[in-house]
Design a binder for this molecule. Structure first.
Ligand code: SF4
Length: 374
């Protein structure tokens, strides 16, 4: 697992089981629909896909949507994967589909983790963001029951203008809910996500520093999505702390020490995962993308084996070559551990190789040449 070569195999595979969902979230990447798409991968397609995923050195598998619970065969698919030895987690939407029976079934088939979205510390903020009243209360009740079942819980939070001023309250709530992982997602303006809802680059930086300080005192693990530059902040801070005590540290040590928590057996990426680099997304109809936020199709699993698409397609190969990134990311000394969000670069510039537009860092190679930075 820890020596995995991302040129060969991903660390994590996200499979969008369906696009159907009853919620209307403001930022929805999938622009989810109420009805299921008749072209969705069938149960048989799904089994074949799981076999292919398993052959790629058995990466972690996440069922996402839409709402995975909109598929009646979701637990049959999960059971097939778990019996093969795949570690599966799921990110259901907080709707009346989250019944006690569904949660018990998840436990019974051996799901590794259940992830819920929580975008505000109270019903007013969260329900506004999720576009549905009652979503906050439903999530709280479900978490209580998942604890009774002893199911590890992950909370996913999208940081945006709507909750930026409530981060301390958010963190207190995550702690109170006794979660194993807080997955903090930074908005990418794609799907229903809009640029006006994003926090500024300086606010990103402030949030990263705040997250790093938080990570030192809370019992849960913290991971960021679409914020690869959080890794740079972690490394910079660790180096500063080590220097203050007279110890030496290199980037790789800093990264490893900062991101390899092992809390519930799912583990964490040993090195910097980025879109198409340790990460692959499969849509409800089998289309393969470097991530769910980078809408450049590289193939379809019904036509080409997943491993061939992941290893050989041009877009995936380009994404795994940080030396070819443009602008400041391409010369940044952190490009191999960070590299910026390729999804955000694409969403905001139309070029997935461009610089991360929301990073304030000036790479050493460009100091004194700031005016030339793209
Ligand atoms: S310039 Fe790019 S590679 Fe460097 S820290 Fe910022 S986002 Fe990461």
């Amino acid at each position: 697992m820890f020596n995995r070569d991302y040129n060969e195999n991903p660390f994590i595979v996200i499979w969008e089981l369906t696009r159907a969902c009853e919620l209307k979230c403001l930022h929805c990447r999938a622009e989810a629909q109420y009805r299921r798409d008749p072209r969705e991968l069938s149960f048989e397609d799904g089994k074949k896909l799981i076999d292919d995923i398993y052959e790629m050195d058995n990466p972690m598998l996440v069922f996402t949507g839409g709402d995975p619970l909109m598929r009646p065969d979701v637990f049959d698919i999960a059971e097939y994967a778990v019996e093969k030895g795949v570690r599966v987690s799921m990110t259901p939407s907080a709707t009346p589909n989250v019944t006690k029976e569904a949660m018990e079934k998840a436990k019974e088939v051996g799901l590794s983790r259940w992830a819920f979205s929580l975008d505000g510390p109270n019903a007013a903020i969260h329900d506004h963001f999720r576009g549905t009243s009652g979503s906050f209360d439903l999530t709280m009740n479900a978490i209580k029951y998942l604890h009774e079942l002893n199911m590890p819980i992950q909370i996913n939070t999208v940081i945006s203008r709507y909750n930026y001023d409530h981060l301390d309250e958010m963190a207190a709530l995550i702690e109170e809910l006794d979660c194993v992982l807080w997955s903090v997602f930074f908005l990418v303006p794609t799907g229903r996500g809009q640029e006006k809802d994003m926090i500024t680059p300086v606010e990103h930086e402030k949030t990263f520093k705040w997250l790093y300080e938080l990570s030192k005192r809370v019992p849960f693990d913290i991971k960021t999505t679409a914020a690869q530059h959080y890794r740079r902040v972690v490394i910079q801070n660790k180096m500063r702390e080590k220097q203050a005590t007279g110890e030496g540290i290199n980037y790789q040590d800093a990264l490893m020490n900062g991101t390899t928590g092992q809390i519930d057996g799912l583990g964490r990426a040993p090195k910097g995962v980025n879109d198409g680099n340790g990460f692959v997304f499969i849509s409800h109809i089998g289309d393969v993308y470097p991530s769910g936020l980078l809408p450049i199709k590289a193939g379809n699993v019904k036509e080409t084996p997943l491993a061939d698409i992941y290893r050989d397609s041009e877009v995936f190969q380009n994404l795994r070559n940080p030396d070819a990134y443009k602008g400041k990311c391409g010369v940044c000394e952190f490009r191999h551990v960070c590299g910026g969000s390729r999804s955000r670069a694409y969403a905001m510039t139309g070029d997935y190789m461009e610089s991360e537009p929301y990073c304030v860092y000036i790479p050493k190679a460009l100091r004194g040449k700031k005016k030339n930075v793209v």
